[in-house]
Design a protein around this ligand. Structure first.
Ligand code: ATP
Ligand code: MG
Length: 235
Protein backbone atom coordinates (compact mmCIF):
# COMPACT_ATOMS: atom_id res chain seq x y z
CA UNK A 1 0.00 0.00 0.00
CA UNK A 2 1.16 3.52 -0.78
CA UNK A 3 2.37 5.80 1.99
CA UNK A 4 0.20 8.76 2.85
CA UNK A 5 2.06 12.06 2.44
CA UNK A 6 -0.60 14.70 3.01
CA UNK A 7 -3.73 14.71 5.11
CA UNK A 8 -6.33 17.48 5.47
CA UNK A 9 -8.67 17.21 8.45
CA UNK A 10 -11.71 19.51 8.39
CA UNK A 11 -9.70 22.33 6.87
CA UNK A 12 -11.16 25.77 6.30
CA UNK A 13 -9.75 29.03 4.99
CA UNK A 14 -11.33 32.42 5.56
CA UNK A 15 -9.81 35.54 4.02
CA UNK A 16 -10.24 38.76 5.91
CA UNK A 17 -9.86 41.96 3.89
CA UNK A 18 -10.66 45.03 5.98
CA UNK A 19 -14.16 44.42 7.31
CA UNK A 20 -14.97 41.80 4.67
CA UNK A 21 -14.57 38.12 5.46
CA UNK A 22 -14.77 35.47 2.76
CA UNK A 23 -14.87 31.73 3.37
CA UNK A 24 -12.82 30.41 0.45
CA UNK A 25 -12.65 26.80 1.71
CA UNK A 26 -14.61 24.79 4.23
CA UNK A 27 -14.82 21.19 5.45
CA UNK A 28 -11.92 19.95 3.35
CA UNK A 29 -10.92 16.35 4.06
CA UNK A 30 -8.36 14.87 1.73
CA UNK A 31 -5.41 12.50 1.67
CA UNK A 32 -2.64 12.40 -0.93
CA UNK A 33 -0.18 9.51 -1.18
CA UNK A 34 3.55 9.66 -1.78
CA UNK A 35 4.24 9.59 -5.53
CA UNK A 36 0.64 10.24 -6.46
CA UNK A 37 -0.34 12.41 -9.43
CA UNK A 38 -3.30 14.51 -8.29
CA UNK A 39 -5.35 16.78 -10.55
CA UNK A 40 -7.55 19.46 -8.99
CA UNK A 41 -10.45 20.64 -11.14
CA UNK A 42 -13.26 23.13 -10.60
CA UNK A 43 -14.71 26.43 -11.81
CA UNK A 44 -13.02 29.79 -11.41
CA UNK A 45 -13.22 31.04 -7.84
CA UNK A 46 -13.95 27.55 -6.48
CA UNK A 47 -10.92 27.58 -4.18
CA UNK A 48 -8.39 25.51 -6.17
CA UNK A 49 -5.41 27.85 -5.77
CA UNK A 50 -6.32 28.40 -2.13
CA UNK A 51 -6.20 24.64 -1.61
CA UNK A 52 -2.83 24.38 -3.40
CA UNK A 53 -1.40 27.20 -1.29
CA UNK A 54 -2.45 25.39 1.88
CA UNK A 55 -0.87 22.11 0.69
CA UNK A 56 2.45 23.89 0.14
CA UNK A 57 2.39 25.97 3.32
CA UNK A 58 2.25 29.21 1.29
CA UNK A 59 -0.76 30.26 3.28
CA UNK A 60 -2.17 29.11 6.60
CA UNK A 61 -5.48 27.36 7.27
CA UNK A 62 -7.89 29.19 9.55
CA UNK A 63 -9.54 25.95 10.65
CA UNK A 64 -8.59 22.28 10.90
CA UNK A 65 -5.26 20.50 10.62
CA UNK A 66 -2.89 19.65 7.75
CA UNK A 67 -0.28 16.90 8.03
CA UNK A 68 2.80 16.26 5.89
CA UNK A 69 4.17 12.83 6.64
CA UNK A 70 4.50 12.65 10.41
CA UNK A 71 4.49 16.42 10.83
CA UNK A 72 1.56 18.78 11.33
CA UNK A 73 2.29 21.79 9.12
CA UNK A 74 -0.56 23.77 10.67
CA UNK A 75 1.43 23.62 13.94
CA UNK A 76 4.74 24.82 12.43
CA UNK A 77 6.20 28.17 13.48
CA UNK A 78 7.32 30.56 10.72
CA UNK A 79 10.92 29.32 10.67
CA UNK A 80 9.90 25.68 10.40
CA UNK A 81 7.31 26.54 7.76
CA UNK A 82 9.95 28.41 5.75
CA UNK A 83 12.24 25.38 5.86
CA UNK A 84 9.39 23.12 4.79
CA UNK A 85 8.64 25.33 1.78
CA UNK A 86 12.30 25.68 0.84
CA UNK A 87 13.21 21.99 1.08
CA UNK A 88 10.09 20.00 0.38
CA UNK A 89 7.96 22.07 -2.00
CA UNK A 90 8.61 22.90 -5.66
CA UNK A 91 6.15 25.19 -7.41
CA UNK A 92 5.32 25.79 -11.06
CA UNK A 93 2.92 28.59 -11.99
CA UNK A 94 1.09 29.50 -15.19
CA UNK A 95 3.58 32.30 -15.85
CA UNK A 96 7.09 31.04 -15.53
CA UNK A 97 8.61 33.63 -13.18
CA UNK A 98 12.10 33.23 -14.61
CA UNK A 99 14.69 35.92 -13.96
CA UNK A 100 15.04 37.62 -17.40
CA UNK A 101 18.70 38.58 -16.94
CA UNK A 102 19.81 35.02 -16.11
CA UNK A 103 20.29 32.16 -18.59
CA UNK A 104 18.32 28.92 -18.33
CA UNK A 105 21.04 27.20 -16.35
CA UNK A 106 21.57 30.24 -14.12
CA UNK A 107 17.84 30.31 -13.36
CA UNK A 108 18.07 26.68 -12.21
CA UNK A 109 21.30 27.31 -10.27
CA UNK A 110 19.54 30.03 -8.25
CA UNK A 111 18.30 27.33 -5.89
CA UNK A 112 21.90 26.58 -4.95
CA UNK A 113 22.34 30.17 -3.86
CA UNK A 114 19.55 29.59 -1.34
CA UNK A 115 21.82 27.05 0.32
CA UNK A 116 19.72 24.09 -0.77
CA UNK A 117 21.17 20.72 -1.64
CA UNK A 118 20.26 20.52 -5.32
CA UNK A 119 21.04 18.21 -8.19
CA UNK A 120 23.46 19.31 -10.91
CA UNK A 121 21.57 22.14 -12.72
CA UNK A 122 22.49 20.64 -16.09
CA UNK A 123 21.02 17.30 -15.02
CA UNK A 124 17.79 19.10 -14.06
CA UNK A 125 17.68 20.80 -17.48
CA UNK A 126 18.38 17.46 -19.13
CA UNK A 127 15.38 15.93 -17.33
CA UNK A 128 13.13 18.43 -19.10
CA UNK A 129 14.95 17.98 -22.42
CA UNK A 130 16.66 21.38 -22.45
CA UNK A 131 20.34 20.66 -21.76
CA UNK A 132 21.22 22.03 -25.21
CA UNK A 133 19.43 25.33 -24.50
CA UNK A 134 21.20 26.00 -21.21
CA UNK A 135 22.87 29.27 -22.18
CA UNK A 136 19.79 30.97 -23.60
CA UNK A 137 18.00 33.80 -21.82
CA UNK A 138 14.25 33.42 -21.17
CA UNK A 139 13.46 35.87 -24.01
CA UNK A 140 15.27 33.52 -26.42
CA UNK A 141 13.12 30.53 -25.42
CA UNK A 142 9.56 29.63 -26.44
CA UNK A 143 6.79 29.64 -23.84
CA UNK A 144 6.92 25.87 -23.51
CA UNK A 145 10.69 25.92 -23.11
CA UNK A 146 10.45 28.65 -20.47
CA UNK A 147 7.93 26.55 -18.58
CA UNK A 148 10.28 23.57 -18.78
CA UNK A 149 13.08 25.70 -17.29
CA UNK A 150 10.76 26.65 -14.46
CA UNK A 151 9.98 22.94 -13.92
CA UNK A 152 13.74 22.17 -13.92
CA UNK A 153 14.20 24.89 -11.31
CA UNK A 154 11.38 23.47 -9.18
CA UNK A 155 12.63 19.86 -9.33
CA UNK A 156 16.36 20.63 -8.99
CA UNK A 157 16.07 20.65 -5.22
CA UNK A 158 14.39 17.23 -5.32
CA UNK A 159 11.25 18.34 -3.47
CA UNK A 160 8.95 15.64 -2.12
CA UNK A 161 6.05 17.69 -3.40
CA UNK A 162 5.66 19.42 -6.76
CA UNK A 163 2.76 21.87 -6.94
CA UNK A 164 1.55 23.25 -10.27
CA UNK A 165 -1.09 25.94 -10.75
CA UNK A 166 -2.33 25.98 -14.36
CA UNK A 167 1.11 24.96 -15.69
CA UNK A 168 -0.15 24.72 -19.28
CA UNK A 169 -2.51 27.71 -19.07
CA UNK A 170 -0.36 29.90 -21.31
CA UNK A 171 0.66 27.16 -23.77
CA UNK A 172 -0.77 25.75 -26.98
CA UNK A 173 -1.95 22.14 -27.19
CA UNK A 174 1.26 20.44 -28.29
CA UNK A 175 3.53 22.42 -26.01
CA UNK A 176 1.09 21.88 -23.16
CA UNK A 177 1.27 18.15 -23.77
CA UNK A 178 5.07 18.15 -23.53
CA UNK A 179 4.87 19.95 -20.20
CA UNK A 180 2.21 17.56 -18.96
CA UNK A 181 4.39 14.60 -19.94
CA UNK A 182 7.30 15.96 -17.89
CA UNK A 183 5.06 16.53 -14.86
CA UNK A 184 3.57 13.06 -15.15
CA UNK A 185 7.09 11.53 -15.31
CA UNK A 186 7.94 13.27 -12.07
CA UNK A 187 5.31 11.09 -10.45
CA UNK A 188 5.56 7.88 -12.48
CA UNK A 189 9.37 7.66 -12.84
CA UNK A 190 10.74 9.71 -9.94
CA UNK A 191 7.93 8.95 -7.43
CA UNK A 192 7.52 12.60 -6.59
CA UNK A 193 4.09 13.69 -5.42
CA UNK A 194 2.59 16.04 -8.01
CA UNK A 195 -0.51 18.18 -7.37
CA UNK A 196 -1.76 20.09 -10.40
CA UNK A 197 -4.57 22.63 -10.61
CA UNK A 198 -6.12 22.98 -14.06
CA UNK A 199 -9.20 24.19 -15.92
CA UNK A 200 -8.71 21.47 -18.53
CA UNK A 201 -11.02 18.58 -17.58
CA UNK A 202 -9.18 16.37 -20.05
CA UNK A 203 -6.15 16.26 -17.76
CA UNK A 204 -8.06 14.17 -15.26
CA UNK A 205 -7.31 11.16 -17.46
CA UNK A 206 -3.60 11.19 -16.52
CA UNK A 207 -4.25 11.54 -12.78
CA UNK A 208 -4.14 8.84 -10.12
CA UNK A 209 -6.59 10.95 -8.14
CA UNK A 210 -8.99 13.65 -9.35
CA UNK A 211 -10.28 16.17 -6.83
CA UNK A 212 -13.16 18.42 -7.87
CA UNK A 213 -13.56 21.65 -5.91
CA UNK A 214 -16.77 23.64 -6.01
CA UNK A 215 -18.00 26.57 -3.93
CA UNK A 216 -15.10 26.27 -1.51
CA UNK A 217 -15.41 22.60 -0.76
CA UNK A 218 -14.50 19.23 -2.24
CA UNK A 219 -17.38 18.02 -4.32
CA UNK A 220 -15.88 14.78 -5.49
CA UNK A 221 -12.76 12.59 -5.31
CA UNK A 222 -12.19 9.94 -7.97
CA UNK A 223 -9.39 7.35 -8.03
CA UNK A 224 -8.24 6.36 -11.52
CA UNK A 225 -7.12 2.75 -11.63
CA UNK A 226 -5.70 3.09 -15.13
CA UNK A 227 -4.43 6.63 -15.69
CA UNK A 228 -3.33 7.50 -19.22
CA UNK A 229 0.05 8.78 -20.33
CA UNK A 230 0.18 12.43 -21.40
CA UNK A 231 0.76 11.55 -25.06
CA UNK A 232 -2.34 9.34 -25.07
CA UNK A 233 -4.56 12.37 -24.50
CA UNK A 234 -6.43 13.56 -27.55
CA UNK A 235 -6.89 17.28 -27.18
N1 ATP B 1 -5.77 36.68 -0.74
C1 ATP B 1 -7.10 36.70 -0.86
N2 ATP B 1 -7.86 37.59 -0.18
C2 ATP B 1 -9.20 37.60 -0.29
N3 ATP B 1 -9.91 36.73 -1.04
C3 ATP B 1 -9.21 35.81 -1.74
C4 ATP B 1 -7.79 35.75 -1.71
N4 ATP B 1 -7.39 34.73 -2.50
C5 ATP B 1 -8.50 34.20 -3.02
N5 ATP B 1 -9.61 34.84 -2.56
C6 ATP B 1 -10.99 34.50 -2.90
O1 ATP B 1 -11.22 33.13 -2.60
C7 ATP B 1 -11.99 32.51 -3.62
C8 ATP B 1 -11.23 31.32 -4.16
O2 ATP B 1 -10.08 31.80 -4.85
P1 ATP B 1 -9.05 30.84 -5.58
O3 ATP B 1 -7.97 31.70 -6.09
O4 ATP B 1 -8.69 29.74 -4.67
O5 ATP B 1 -9.95 30.27 -6.76
P2 ATP B 1 -9.55 29.31 -7.98
O6 ATP B 1 -10.43 28.11 -7.91
O7 ATP B 1 -8.09 29.09 -7.99
O8 ATP B 1 -10.00 30.17 -9.24
P3 ATP B 1 -9.30 30.35 -10.70
O9 ATP B 1 -9.65 29.11 -11.46
O10 ATP B 1 -9.96 31.55 -11.27
O11 ATP B 1 -7.82 30.52 -10.51
C9 ATP B 1 -12.27 33.59 -4.66
O12 ATP B 1 -13.57 34.09 -4.44
C10 ATP B 1 -11.24 34.63 -4.39
O13 ATP B 1 -11.69 35.92 -4.70
MG1 MG C 1 -6.54 29.73 -9.24
Amino acid sequence: MANELIRFENVGKTYITGSVTYEALHDVNLTIDEGEMVVILGPSGAGKSTLLNLVGGLDGATKGRIFFGEDEITAFNDVRLGKFRARDVGIVFQFYNLVPTLTAIENVSLMQDLGLDIMDPLEALDMVGLADQKDKFPSQLSGGQQQRVSIARAIAKKPRLLLCDEPTGALDTNTGKEVLKILKEQSSIYHRTVVMVTHNALFQEIADKVVTVKNGTIENIVINDHPKEADELSW
